[in-house]
Design a binder for this molecule. Structure first.
Ligand SMILES: *Cc1c(COP(=O)(O)O)cnc(C)c1O
Length: 364
């Protein structure tokens, strides 16, 4: 079976370095907020050319704490995309704020910026663009709209570590950038983890307190916070992979190019990259009206495929039961019916891509 992601291949390639890094943490006996957490924060801030990075327990908490640091409260409206993982909008609901969904551009699967203005009200406080599948959202118009309307911009970069928009790394453009180190993400640990980056000292300080029970001095609590610290062992593992992230993203782009030159059926819409963007292909996602049939054929040929995402967020039961979500969002709905993600990871071989493309071409 060719899997969607083969985490074992990367582990085996890095085994001696990762095992040594983990053993060092175990020997150090500094298991919570130890030196690796601090160093990873410094390295990730430097990678993005920003002053502040604060690690947290996972990508969902990164978004949640970012919203709290931006003062999003009950009743506030937050504009985002319906075509993403639930966490993007779940955090809005957790704060008793209201997610407002704007339809997507079918070419990039990201927010259609031309539709944002119509959804802004007096209650709108923030926009959460998602760089879905590793393709940057169109940040220039988003930042213009945000400035005109005094909105915060929280970038959901969970799938896009290292992706670039007009030469700038995603996460460094809005007020806050949020990352996840869930094992399948393009920069990942071997467990849960997350990171927030920002140029604003006040936001960084607030998140640093929130992640540790609202405290900066032990047993003195300024805010009601969370236990949301990044684990020292995960930090040590992510540091090993961070050194190689540009190389891994380059390998993903190479694999994507190989897929695009090998798949040659008019029934398949291949992913495209908008001008000025550098995609990191967290997923390689095609579109076809024959999605379910193609997915079955791939399975019969021992090739995995996956649907990200089958139900857009404005149609999820969890949100329908809380919010009045009557607008139909036709592009997101059509994508949910037609997208199919193919195996994609840096170590995927040229031969494997040829086999997968061959099965797809033969299916039509
Ligand atoms: C994975 C993901 C998250 C959540 O990250 P976790 O670390 O799993 O909590 C948020 N948004 C998007 C777009 C994601 O893909």
């Amino acid at each position: 079976m060719i899997p969607m992601v083969d985490l074992k291949r990367q582990y085996h390639a890095l085994k001696s370095e990762i095992d040594a890094a983990v053993a060092d943490v175990l020997e150090s006996a500094q298991y919570i907020l130890g030196p690796n957490v601090g160093k990873l924060e410094e390295e990730i801030a430097a990678y993005h050319g920003l002053s502040y990075a604060v690690s947290v327990a996972n990508g969902t908490d990164a978004l949640l704490l970012a919203l709290r640091a931006c003062d999003i409260k009950e009743g506030d409206e937050v504009i985002t995309t319906p075509f993403t993982f639930i966490a993007t909008a779940e955090v809005v609901a957790l704060l008793n704020a209201v997610p407002v969904f704007v339809d997507i551009c079918p070419d990039t699967f990201n927010l259609d910026c031309s539709q944002i203005k119509a959804k802004i009200t007096a209650k709108t406080k923030a926009i959460i663009p998602v760089h879905l599948f590793g393709h940057p959202a169109d940040m220039d118009p988003i930042m213009d709209i945000a400035r005109e309307n005094n909105l915060k911009v929280i970038e959901d970069c969970a799938q896009a570590f290292g992706a670039k928009y007009k030469g700038r790394k995603v996460g460094s453009i809005g007020d806050v950038g949020c990352f996840s180190f869930f094992p399948s993400k393009n920069l990942a640990g071997y467990g849960d983890g997350g990171m927030i980056i920002t140029k604003e000292e006040k936001i960084a300080e607030r998140i640093r307190m929130l992640r540790n029970h609202g405290s900066s001095k032990r047993y003195y609590h300024h805010l009601v916070g969370y236990n949301s610290r990044l684990d020292e062992i995960q930090a040590a593992i992510v540091r090993v992979k961070l050194k190689r992230i540009d190389e891994y993203n380059e390998a993903r782009r190479r694999n994507a190019a190989a897929y695009c030159s090998a798949i040659n059926k008019k029934e398949i819409i291949l992913p495209s990259t908008a001008l000025g963007c550098e995609h990191v292909y967290h997923q390689f996602t095609i579109r076809t009206k024959y999605r379910d049939r193609l997915s079955a054929t791939l399975g019969q040929n021992n090739i995995s495929s996956a649907i990200y995402y089958p139900v857009p967020l404005h149609l999820q039961e969890a949100f329908l039961s809380r919010y009045n979500l009557k607008d139909s969002l036709p592009q997101a709905e059509a994508c949910a019916d037609e997208v199919l993600s193919l195996p994609m990871f840096p170590e995927l071989g040229e031969e494997e891509i040829k086999i997968i493309a061959g099965v797809i071409n033969n299916a039509f």
